[in-house]
Write a protein that binds this ligand. Structure first.
Ligand code: ZN
Length: 163
């Protein structure tokens, strides 16, 4: 995994990071992006992973003009998978939203930004994690955190915390 030394670093528990990798690699077999949530516990900011179904292909099939991308190069989390996390107390526990990029770098695309900066996006304060998968391996992972409420995202390198 390539890590740019110039980037500030954020650590995730190793077991959480490996769950993200597993999900990304699992979906890569279909050349699709994975997506989901990372939620906090009382003791950990990034405590567990909630896989969500990617329904971008369905949205694309229903309305290709409004949704030009599909699961290969975009993601849209299934609303049912999010339902339990939309109550204010639960939403507060959503500390990151993750998705993967198949064969391209780990960055926030224009579409990604439009999705997460939309007024309807339910987790405006969550970090964004993007995994780049290529040839059956995770090439890199980045976490994007807002500089402050409504401010733009700062890119951070992701490392595993084995503590
Ligand atoms: Zn993306």
């Amino acid at each position: 995994m390539d890590v740019d030394d110039a980037l500030p670093e954020v650590t995730l528990p190793a077991r959480v990071l490996s769950e993200l990798y597993e999900h990304a690699l699992d979906r890569e077999r279909a050349a699709e992006e994975c997506c989901g949530l990372v939620v906090a516990s009382a003791h950990e900011r990034f405590a567990s992973v909630v896989r969500c179904r990617n329904v971008m292909t369905e949205k694309h099939q229903q309305d290709p003009e409004a949704w030009p991308r599909d699961n290969h190069n975009g993601y849209f989390m299934h609303p049912e998978d999010l339902r339990a996390w939309l109550e204010p107390d639960a939403a507060e526990r959503v500390t990151a939203v993750y998705h993967s990029h198949v064969g391209v770098e780990a960055y926030l695309s224009e579409e990604d930004l439009a999705y997460v900066q939309n007024d309807l996006f339910p987790f405006p304060n969550a970090d964004q994690i993007v995994l780049s998968v290529h040839n059956k391996r995770v090439k890199s992972a980045r976490l994007f955190r807002r500089g402050g409420p409504g401010e733009s995202f700062v890119s951070m390198a992701v490392a595993a915390d084995h503590a």
